[in-house]
Design a protein around this ligand. Structure first.
Ligand code: HAM
Length: 532
């Protein structure tokens, strides 16, 4: 019997369908236009990258890297993978001698196969693999030694952990964001040799294994942009501050222009400076010391963050912690002279551009690569997930990934949230329906209808051509359901006379046109609102 299993989109993912996809296209098209006017070009990096790229760029301790990445081993060694997972599941018992021997044989076979694959380069020849494979060999010898049988539990535990460490292929991750990829590409393609700064934008899916809710998905879409500038001889230091701050402000201005063009409602920009490696470490220590004094009053997450990343405590939304956080030392009071100057200049530059902002000293962001400027933008109608854009400056990230000393600033817009906000504000309507529904009857009319459809489509109109003839009454009903503006009626009379009937569905009026006159009429702006 046929399997009746119904497949559904995986939790946290969804299908984007018409007519909503029209809005997605409009939003992306507007981004291309606006970003183009600011001199940005498009980059399309791959959707998966080495896991290590994200771990190093975003930070191993961040939620994104520690908990949310979709990671897998990319290899073509199914037999080895099977033998490895089979062995991982086995748990030999001390009283079962044949069982121990079988376990040891399997381990010995796997060890030998791994050695061969390592030497042939079929598994990555990394120091970690070398170490783990040697360890498996040693454990296989130890399991053959009867005097060590009493330690069987410990040995099989060690086998499992050595197996965990063997990587059969490159470890890759579905990108949780694209800044790391853009920096990787900047290095790989020697973009430091181009005219600086290099301005790039991207759109596309990102993947984070978060708890799904309104505005939060496991596959979501970002529209982002990055400005990268390799340091030239004699550059850097305090004299670059006015230039850097102007770039920060222009990047923020660009997002605001984009949101303005889309008529996004309730847009609120918040900015902060989180210092640099000169001043932030001292501030973080001060914060840690203050947090330790109130540790007992904090929730479990914040308590843990005192050790791992005290700045993230400032992000906490926990009601009971708000009063405590309000009394903590503020980074603005602890910036070094250069960071303070940079921050003041960013604010002046935003003023010059007429960009309204609010300062939020608690805005620290969840990714480790930021320094100095950080910003977030909220929009209306999004509930708790109201950040529609986040970004900041990340000087030094390219260097951290093995490139030359380079400055960076960028942002990413959550496109899903942007669309939600537009829809909630009633700005989500786009062109739908059809311009012209062709109602035809009779064999001769079909040929004329096919030719008319081609002409109208070539002129850019949305045309529905029914595949089989319909009675005119039914055809008009169908045209109405599809949201058509006009019905072009082609019966025997029309075909014979060359005078086609065009019916305006909104008011039922109709008039006759030759093909050429019809085209002219439809091209007039007032007659073709769907073309906008
Ligand atoms: P982010 O703050 O992690 O920054 O993400 C930017 C935006 O992506 C968020 O403000 C939000 O709108 C959207 N977003 C994030 N996670 C989800 C999710 N699970 N579901 C729906 N939307 C989500 C970055 O990704 C940085 N790479 C931004 C950047 C670029 N900084 C410098 N350059």
């Amino acid at each position: 019997m046929a399997n009746k299993q119904k497949f559904q989109a995986i939790k946290g993912t969804r299908d984007l369908l018409p007519p909503e996809t029209e809005l997605w296209n409009r939003v992306e098209q507007t981004a291309r236009e606006v970003f183009g006017t600011f001199g940005f070009g498009e980059i399309r990096p791959p959707i998966f990258e080495p896991t290590e790229l994200f771990a190093r760029a975003i930070g191993a301790e961040t939620d994104v890297v520690a908990k949310e990445m979709y990671t897998f081993e990319d290899h073509d060694l199914p037999d080895l993978a099977y033998a490895r997972s089979d062995l991982k599941m086995r748990n030999p018992s001390v009283d079962n001698l044949p069982g121990i021997e079988a376990y040891r044989d399997r381990l010995g076979d796997l060890y030998a196969a791994l050695e061969r694959a390592f030497h042939a380069g079929a598994v990555p020849r990394t120091p970690e693999n070398r170490h783990a494979i040697t360890r498996l060999g040693d454990l296989s010898v130890a399991l053959g030694d009867p005097s060590l049988r009493s330690e069987l539990q410990g040995l099989s535990h060690d086998v499992r952990s050595a197996l965990e460490q063997v990587k059969l292929g490159d470890v890759v991750t579905l990108r949780p964001e694209a800044t790391a990829s853009v920096c990787r590409a900047y290095i790989e393609h020697n973009m430091h040799a181009l005219t600086q700064p290099v301005k790039l934008y991207y759109t596309g899916p990102m993947f984070r294994r978060e708890r799904p809710q309104k505005g939060r998905y496991r596959q979501f879409y970002q529209i982002g942009a990055e400005v990268l500038e390799a340091l030239q001889q004699g550059q850097g230091g305090a004299k670059d501050i006015p230039k850097d701050a102007a770039i920060d402000a222009e990047v923020i201005e660009m997002v605001m222009v984009f949101f303005g063009r889309l008529e996004l409602q309730g847009v609120q920009l918040e900015i902060n400076s989180i210092g640099d490696r000169n001043c932030r470490p001292q501030y973080v220590e001060l914060l840690r010391a203050e947090l330790l004094k109130v540790k007992d009053k904090l929730g479990a997450d914040s308590q843990r963050r005192i050790e791992t990343n005290p700045l993230r405590v400032l992000d906490s939304k926990l009601e009971s912690e708000q009063e405590i956080i309000a009394g903590l030392p503020r980074i603005g009071d602890h910036l070094c002279a250069d960071c303070a100057k940079h921050y003041a200049e960013v604010k002046r530059q935003l003023g010059l551009r007429g960009v309204a902002y609010k300062e939020n000293w608690r805005l620290v962001r969840g990714l480790d690569y930021y320094m100095r400027t950080t910003f977030e933008i909220a929009a209306q109608g999004l509930g708790s997930q109201n950040a529609v854009c986040g970004g900041g400056r990340y000087d030094g990230l390219v260097e951290l990934l093995g490139g030359p000393p380079t400055k960076g600033i960028g942002f990413a817009i959550g496109e899903d949230r942007l669309i939600l906000s537009l829809q909630e504000a009633g700005k989500g309507g786009g062109a739908q329906g059809r311009d012209v529904y062709i109602a035809w009857m009779g064999e001769k009319a079909q040929a004329t209808a096919i030719a008319a459809a081609r002409t109208l489509r070539n002129a850019g109109f949305r045309v529905e051509l029914p595949p089989v003839e319909q009675k005119f009454g039914k055809a008009l009903g169908q045209a109405d359901k599809l949201g058509s503006r006009y019905a072009l009626i082609l019966g025997e009379d029309e075909v014979a006379s060359g005078q086609w009937t065009l019916k305006t569905l909104a008011d039922g009026s109709q008039a006759k046109y030759t093909e050429a006159a019809l085209l002219e009429f439809l091209k007039k702006p007032c007659s073709s609102p769907l073309q906008g």
